[in-house]
Design a protein around this ligand. Sequence first.
Ligand SMILES: Cc1cc2nc3c(=O)[nH]c(=O)nc-3n(C[C@H](O)[C@H](O)[C@H](O)COP(=O)(O)OP(=O)(O)OC[C@H]3O[C@@H](n4cnc5c(N)ncnc54)[C@H](O)[C@@H]3O)c2cc1C
Ligand code: FES
Length: 283
Amino acid sequence: MKGNHGNPYLPYPVEIQKVTVENADRDIKTFKLAFLNKEHEEAFQYLPGQFAELSIFGKGESPIGIASSPTEEGYLLFTVKRMGVVTSDLHNSEEGRIIGVRGPLGKSYPLDQIEGKNVLIVGGGFAFTTLRSAIRYLLAPENRGRINNLTCIYGARSPGELIYKEELKEWEERDDIEMYVTVDKGDESWTGREGFVPTVLKEVAPSSESAICLVCGPPIMLKFTFPVLSDLGFPPENIVVSLEMRMKCGIGKCGRCNIGNLYVCKDGPVFTLEQLQALPAEY
Ligand SMILES: Cc1cc2nc3c(=O)[nH]c(=O)nc-3n(C[C@H](O)[C@H](O)[C@H](O)COP(=O)(O)OP(=O)(O)OC[C@H]3O[C@@H](n4cnc5c(N)ncnc54)[C@H](O)[C@@H]3O)c2cc1C
Ligand code: FES
């Protein structure tokens, strides 16, 4: 982190420019944030998969995945579920409010290893945020030619729980990404696919040949998705998972986020399945 006088605990001030309600229960919102200071914006160089600590004065801070892509210039996006102290206060924000952003933190998806590969993205629920960042990044004209096929399987429990609905529709109409959007159970208005993410993955059966898979979702989805990927021939080193653990400092100092000898904040939150398989089963 630069522009913060070498102090990794110092947040940059940002303005909430826009708030978008994402789901039917109205407990997931996307916040569009703009830096107040150009020097801070230039210092905040990130890649898909990284996160930041969002801070609210007098309340605290929360680690949140960066949902925007660095190819979208001039703002950051964070999609936040209302949980407790910090996220509820954030949800009550009006546009124009000033909050803090500390980061970027953690490791990104291994975008330096995707050259010429097929990329499969598998997401579930509102954990789709950093995968959205990856998709936007890969679809950018300067990056799309770097990879071969781009396939995305994304699911939620119900149609109302799907996030980024407008964007999903846009992606479904493009011919440079194969989109499979599914819900566990549809409602009367739903004309799309029904079925759990691992089941749809099995049906679509994307080739594991020269392919890398990025996965993020609730633990139950991960549990049933890994064996399907394995059956499709994806080796654990080509399956990349983003974890969301309890954290505090976000910079490997406080010891609140370790699994075995790894700190999720600093060594992750992005790991290969191969790395996770070598750890105690705490994730
Ligand atoms: C790397 C990383 C990325 C994340 N990305 C996102 C994101 O993109 N969007 C998003 O909405 N959330 C994300 N989270 C989870 C988010 O950090 C927590 O929901 C948030 O910190 C809760 O803060 P709070 O002050 O509102 O809740 P608190 O008042 O601290 O707690 C309220 C409730 O939330 C539970 N809780 C607190 N922290 C977590 C956690 N890490 N995971 C699950 N439950 C928790 C507590 O047990 C309690 O029940 C991420 C977490 C990590 C570590
Ligand atoms: S959150 Fe402090 S060491 Fe990871």
